[in-house]
Design a protein around this ligand. Structure first.
Ligand SMILES: Nc1ncnc2c1ncn2[C@@H]1O[C@H](COP(=O)(O)OP(=O)(O)O)[C@@H](O)[C@H]1O
Ligand SMILES: [Mg+2]
Length: 362
């Protein structure tokens, strides 16, 4: 079955612990009822089961429903060390050690308008990514825009797309201080447009990028904006999940406009955004307002559990305590604001064989 046929096969979320009943997820396809989009917000403390659940969800969606996915992996959770790429048919790209042969500056179209759009998009992405590390001034922004234009002009003179290296040549010391690690080390090299990753299952390994985190977030920003531009160019598709964009440790990309736009515009394009964090307050309100599937794994901290309970079912006085004492792999699942339901969630290391998926082997 492929995404092209539009057939969606509902994956298993987990089991009702009392009855053993299977609970499937219907954001699209024949069984779609409550949900109108596939955006998912996942909360839970470290070790409670977020990643193992995301793994088995992606394996089901890609192997059965023809969805493709991309993961921004900040912690090396989805690398070959965990067995995930073989398990779920993905390519793992270690951005620091080998770089990715996808070029964020290459475009599908070399018209002036397309180049202008890319320049502005890339400039704003750099600004957003660096905002947590000290704001870019107006002059810096203008210089960056100029450097990007120069890089495209240089590429055009040579009859090729500029690369991060081309851009690096245009950066003065000041701008190199902001993004020099990204451009000098060629985390993305020459190759097809970065947005073309949408045709494959790809894990972007960001965990080895050294430094204070600024270059890591920049790389994530380049990936997200390239995906967004690509998705915005695609024709709408009804009632299927064509692509799943996953960010584990999503607080690191909370500031990106690209995330908000994906969440807002994704549904008609068959895009589902899956964001996992340790805390319900890590993500902007627009995520909470639009992610119709909310999955809450255990949150042992009483204050955090109370915040989560307030978001899921404010009128339930016992929910906070129940969230605080959830076991590993258990979660409350709420669909489109409905009452949260306790489930024993599917976990890749444990349940793959039951679901006729390959074993997750390290
Ligand atoms: N291969 C495995 N065998 C046994 N238990 C595992 C295996 N892999 C993961 N687990 C368990 O699954 C639980 C959930 O892990 P994980 O999904 O990575 O948590 P999170 O992403 O919420 O931090 C952990 O408690 C871990 O001990
Ligand atoms: Mg995890």
């Amino acid at each position: 079955m492929s995404a092209e046929t539009g057939e969606f096969s509902a994956p298993l979320l987990g089991w009702d612990p009392a009855t053993g009943e299977e609970v499937r997820w219907h954001p699209a396809g024949p069984g779609q009822d409550v949900l109108q989009n596939g955006h998912v917000e996942i909360w839970g403390s470290s070790g409670m089961g977020k990643t193992q659940f995301v793994m088995i969800l992606l394996a089901q969606l890609s192997r059965r429903g023809g969805s493709r996915y991309g993961i921004a992996d900040f912690k090396n959770d989805y690398s070959g060390d965990t067995g995930f790429p073989a398990y779920a048919g993905a390519e793992f790209l270690d951005l620091w050690s080998t770089g990715a042969s996808y070029n964020p500056l290459a475009l599908d179209d070399d018209g002036d308008r397309a180049v202008d759009t890319a320049v502005i998009e890339l400039r704003d992405t750099v600004e957003e990514a660096t905002s947590a590390f000290g704001r870019m001034g107006r002059r810096q922004k203008a210089k960056l825009e100029e450097a990007l234009r120069e890089a495209y002009a240089a590429g055009r003179r040579e009859g090729r797309w500029p690369t991060l290296r081309t851009l690096d040549d245009q950066l003065d010391a000041d701008l190199a201080g902001v993004m020099g690690d990204l451009t000098r080390h060629e985390l993305f090299r020459s190759g097809e447009p970065l947005g073309n990753v949408i045709d494959h299952n790809v894990v972007f390994g960001l965990s080895k990028i050294p430094g204070n985190g600024q270059t890591t977030v920049l790389a994530a920003g380049f990936i997200l904006s390239a995906l967004l531009l690509k998705i915005q160019d695609m024709p709408p598709v009804p009632n299927t999940i064509r692509y799943v964009a996953v960010v584990d440790e999503a607080h690191r990309v909370a500031s990106f406009q690209a995330i908000r736009t994906m969440i807002r515009e994704g549904r008609s394009k068959g895009l589902a955004v899956v964001l996992a964090t340790q805390q319900p307050l890590d993500l902007p309100d627009i995520v909470a307002a639009n992610a119709q599937t909310k999955i809450c794994f255990g949150l042992p901290d009483a204050t955090v559990a109370t915040m989560a309970a307030r978001k899921l079912e404010p009128e339930n006085p016992r929910l906070s305590e129940q969230i605080r004492t959830l076991g590993v792999g258990e979660a409350f699942v709420s669909l489109r604001g409905g009452a949260p339901r306790l489930l024993r969630m599917a976990q890749a290391y444990r349940d793959s064989r039951t679901l006729d998926l390959p074993d997750l082997v390290r």
